[in-house]
Design a protein around this ligand. Structure first.
Ligand code: SAH
Ligand code: SF4
Length: 335
């Protein structure tokens, strides 16, 4: 439940509405999952016990990489599994969460895509990844418990599961809940147009990232098959419609694959396409996985690509690869 649903529930049950904010506070801020440990009125407690389930998804495995990245294999109630990844930066963590079991978009460069679509996650399973990761840090790295940022860049296409990610974000954002600021949450999409159409009204303030990967139709069709259905022009036009805060950008992710989309011509076309937009480019050198036929370009190629973009004055960052020795980097999640 988001906070307003919970408040309505308390009202319907003739309970003090303040109980709803207490409950949210205990569960999402203090991270307590046993109602008996929450200091709420007896009547509230018995109703809570009767009506709510606080069980979190379980961490089946945690793989720690030398750079402090932690990849979790998370088991859900129906025994399906998803992955979530804690990514360290400046003594804090960013948590990369999954939105679906598998993914139906079938992108040719993505390990998750080879799994196919199993099912959508429910909002509690998305927020559950956050709480489970938080509890893991508390137990295993008590000096480092700080998850300040969230990225929807794990398994699944988040906008294909809009209702659930929207509700999960409401809980993440709620001041009574996790209190994470909208500018600390980023949702990445392959360009799922029906979800983008809802963004402006239903996800205000949250950061958006588009997996662009090529300005050319033929190449993008090969990489991201839904490009055939949702034309890039329409996707970009829809994104232009989204109002941005003062210092806010849209991130455009660009996967670099050797001898496929890493040439000067590719970089120039990308620059032309994004010139004048409130854009930030994230270059992601392809992360290989078993069975993939694409290759990662050398650092020189990546640097020259970035130099071309610099001439267009578009801020560009090369995404550092973290956690690849435990297959936790972008595109390497296959449960
Ligand atoms: N489904 C969403 C979010 C999950 S994927 C999306 O596609 O945007 C998160 C990011 O990882 C995307 O930009 C995706 O293109 C990228 N990615 C997928 N496979 C990759 C790989 N093998 N190497 C590098 N990045 C990859
Ligand atoms: Fe799904 Fe994103 Fe992987 Fe494409 S890149 S298959 S949309 S998770």
């Amino acid at each position: 439940m988001n906070f307003s649903d919970l408040t309505s529930f308390f009202k319907e049950q003739d309970l003090e509405v303040s109980g709803a904010s207490k409950l949210f506070n205990w569960h999402y801020k203090k991270k307590i999952s046993k109602p008996c440990e929450m200091k709420i009125s007896k009547k509230s407690l018995s109703l809570v016990n009767e009506n709510f389930d606080f069980e979190l998804p379980t961490i089946d495995q945690a793989l720690e990489s030398k750079d402090k990245t932690v990849k979790f294999l998370i088991q859900l109630k129906d025994n399906t599994t998803v992955e979530a990844v804690l990514i360290p930066f400046y003594k804090k963590f960013s948590l990369c969460v999954s939105s679906q079991v598998g993914c139906g978009m079938n992108c040719s460069f993505c390990y998750t895509g080879t799994q196919g679509f199993k099912r959508n996650l429910e909002s509690h399973e998305i927020v559950g990844q956050f709480l489970a990761a938080w509890n893991w840090l508390t137990e295993n790295r008590p000096a480092e418990v700080n998850i300040s940022n969230l990225v929807f860049m794990g398994q699944g296409e988040p906008l294909h599961n809009f209702e659930a990610i929207k509700k999960a974000c409401e809980i993440f954002l709620s001041q009574h809940g996790c209190s994470i600021a909208a500018q600390k949450i980023t949702v990445s999409t392959s360009g799922y147009l029906p979800g983008l159409k809802r963004w402006k009204d239903e996800m205000p303030g949250v950061n958006l990232a588009l997996s662009l990967h090529s300005p050319f139709k033929e190449k993008r069709d090969e990489l991201i098959p839904i490009n055939r259905k949702f034309d890039l022009k329409d996707v970009l036009a829809e994104i232009e419609n989204i109002p941005l805060a003062k210092k806010q950008f849209v991130t455009y992710e660009y996967l670099l694959i050797e001898d496929f989309n890493d040439s000067k011509v590719d970089a120039e076309s990308l620059g032309k396409l994004l010139q004048g937009k409130r854009a930030y480019i994230n270059l992601i050198p392809f992360n290989p996985f078993p069975g993939s036929h694409y290759r990662k370009p050398g650092i020189d190629r990546v640097e020259s690509f970035k130099e071309v973009l610099d001439t267009f004055k578009i801020p560009t960052l090369v995404r550092a690869t973290k956690g690849d020795e435990v297959l936790a980097a972008c595109g390497q999640l296959k449960t």
